[in-house]
Design a protein around this ligand. Structure first.
Ligand code: ATP
Length: 332
């Protein structure tokens, strides 16, 4: 098969997609079981790129690309069995081959993210660990701000001077590696039983808000997943949600949940999310706070294939001493 089709297959990495080259540069993609799309023609634009992961298809058959530099932080909501984990799996598998640190916070004792342990730089599996990890991430972000500030202080006109307000303007050899932080089932971080839990929760939420407000310039991106994310979770929840400008809403159990994801995007998007059928997992409504939205569908990718991709790319885990104490042990 020609190289572009091979690359395309690699980018999607799924069995449910048949890929064939029609002519050089134009490839036919067939998504098995996608109700909206039949055979789909896609050309090179699907290949993604650095910090850009093709993760689903829009209804018009173009690729839905999760572009971290364009939309740094995203919230993905959906009822149980709606396809959130599948979506996340694609992101992890897509980023695994890139020069990026992957960090997981999965307070369901790691059941979702532990299979990707070999490619993760850090994994927190309970709220106490998550609190420590978030503190480390905020310190990492502050140090990156110092780095940018120091560059700005070099006198104008000297060879080392660089006017930049984010890591991307730093010279390549000084530029820190970007970090994508996956938070699975965010509500677990908000649960409290005691007064001490409450203090920890408030601190974590403040740190997440700081990362969401300032992380972009430091190359730290948030990917937050959950079933619901509303004011009932407690102090700071809606403030944090407002900072996550990318939104993906899978099937939800009620209109209130769809509103949490899409209410500030468009009322029609909320209606579309409420009509996602239960027998079409992976179907979602995607939008961003600029107001644009449409339906997407993520293709099937088995957990074994995604985990295998992490094993094969384990050598790409970047050197980040701050995160070393949180490096998960890969079993199996
Ligand atoms: N695009 C898809 N095509 C076919 N099957 C899919 C697709 N997406 C998800 N599924 C299947 O639907 C089921 C639920 O998916 P998934 O585990 O991603 O849901 P979830 O929202 O993460 O659920 P939970 O919150 O309970 O973990 C799984 O069996 C999965 O294999």
């Amino acid at each position: 098969m020609a190289a572009s089709a091979e690359r395309l297959r690699h980018a999607w990495g799924v069995h449910a997609v048949h890929v064939s080259e029609i002519r050089p540069g134009t490839v036919e993609l067939r998504l098995v079981g996608f109700d909206v799309l039949k055979d789909v023609r896609m050309s090179r634009h699907i290949h993604g790129g650095y910090l850009r992961v093709p993760v689903a298809l829009w209804e018009d058959a173009t690729a839905f690309v999760r572009d971290y530099r364009a939309i740094p932080h995203q919230l993905t909501l959906g009822a149980t069995l709606s396809g959130k984990s599948m979506y996340l799996r694609h992101l992890v598998a897509g980023l695994a081959g890139q020069d990026v640190a992957l960090v997981g916070i999965d307070c369901k004792r790691g059941v979702e993210l532990a299979p990707f342990a070999s490619r993760l730089s850090a994994l927190a599996t309970d709220p106490a660990e998550a609190a420590e990890l978030l503190s480390v991430l905020v310190r990492l972000m502050d140090r990156r701000y110092d780095l940018i500030r120091n560059r700005q202080n070099i006198p104008v006109g000297t060879p080392d001077q660089a006017i930049t307000s984010d890591i991307w303007g730093l010279p390549e050899e000084e530029r820190p590696v970007p970090v994508v932080v996956f938070v699975d089932e965010v509500a677990e971080l908000f649960l409290t039983a005691t007064r001490k839990d409450e203090e920890r929760r408030d601190k974590m939420v403040t740190q997440l808000i700081r990362l969401a407000q300032l992380g972009r310039a430091a190359g730290i991106y948030l990917e937050v997943c959950g079933q619901r994310f509303g004011a009932e979770l407690g102090k700071g929840a809606t403030m944090l949600r407002a900072q996550l400008s990318g939104r993906v809403c899978h099937r939800v159990n009620d209109e209130a949940s769809a509103k949490m994801a899409l209410g500030d995007i468009a009322p029609e998007a909320v209606i579309a999310a409420c009509s996602v059928p239960a027998d079409r997992p992976g179907t979602a409504v995607a939008g961003d706070t600029s107001g644009g939205w449409s339906r997407i569908r993520t293709p099937y990718l088995s957990l074994a294939d995604a985990a295998d991709r992490c094993v094969k790319t384990a050598h790409l885990v970047p050197e980040l001493p701050e995160l070393a104490p949180f490096k998960p042990v890969h079993c199996g």
